[in-house]
Design a binder for this molecule. Structure first.
Ligand code: FNR
Length: 193
């Protein structure tokens, strides 16, 4: 089966390495993953007063619909000061409300973090994992994706991953993510029948 995947990148930077990794995952499993980048830079800071209010930012509704329509979610994020970048946490919070109508509920997900540093965004990855636990998202366990030592040199001029261990891991990840989304959906269908 082909699955619709919403991709959220935790960096607004034009040349983001995390965006390039996200694109690589899509390219590898483009045969069975229909990937769409969900832009999060235009979501105003979440304010609980917006819930069910006419003052709610116009961009919130379209954002929530895109997540709701997806069969799975792929997060590719940098680590900022050992945590999830504010822009991504804001998007997670926007999607989680109003209370009782979270668009994240039950969505299979994978969390990838990439950094030029050696820890590979471990802190951000796990902080986001914790939020996903609370939001009832089944998150892929393996392979873990703390991608360290990723920088401009990891990609060719077209933004494609150069051959090497990083590319091998990203290929494994892409296949495992497809299989994970597939397994969650098949299990759900079997339980429902
Ligand atoms: C960083 N960076 C960083 N890297 C890391 O491994 N751990 C960290 O805690 C931080 N903290 C941090 C804070 C802020 C405000 C910035 C701007 C950067 C470096 C970061 O990994 C690097 O800039 C990446 O290239 C960011 O990812 P994108 O934008 O290329 O996807």
């Amino acid at each position: 089966a082909t699955y619709k995947i919403a991709i959220l990148v935790g960096s607004l930077r034009k040349d983001s390495i995390n965006r390039k990794i996200a694109r690589s995952i899509c390219a590898i499993r483009g045969d069975h993953l229909e990937c769409g980048m969900v832009e999060i830079g235009d979501l105003p800071l979440y304010n609980q007063d917006f819930d069910k209010s006419p003052d709610e930012p116009a961009t919130y509704g379209a954002f929530r619909e895109k997540i709701a329509a997806a069969d799975g979610v792929l997060f590719c994020t940098p680590e900022y000061n050992r945590g999830v970048p504010g822009v991504l946490k804001n998007a997670v919070d926007v999607g989680s409300r109003p209370y009782g109508s979270s668009v994240w509920n039950g969505k299979p997900a994978a969390i990838v973090s990439a950094s030029p540093g050696s820890i590979g965004g471990f802190g951000a990855n796990h902080q986001l994992r914790q939020a996903c636990t609370f939001l009832n998202m089944p998150v892929m366990q393996q392979p873990e994706a703390y991608l360290g030592h990723v920088n401009d040199d990891s990609f060719d001029a077209d933004g494609r991953l150069k051959d090497g261990p990083l590319k091998d891991l990203v290929e494994k990840l892409a296949h495992a993510f497809h299989d994970w989304v597939d397994m969650v959906h098949r299990a759900r269908a079997a339980l429902a029948s």
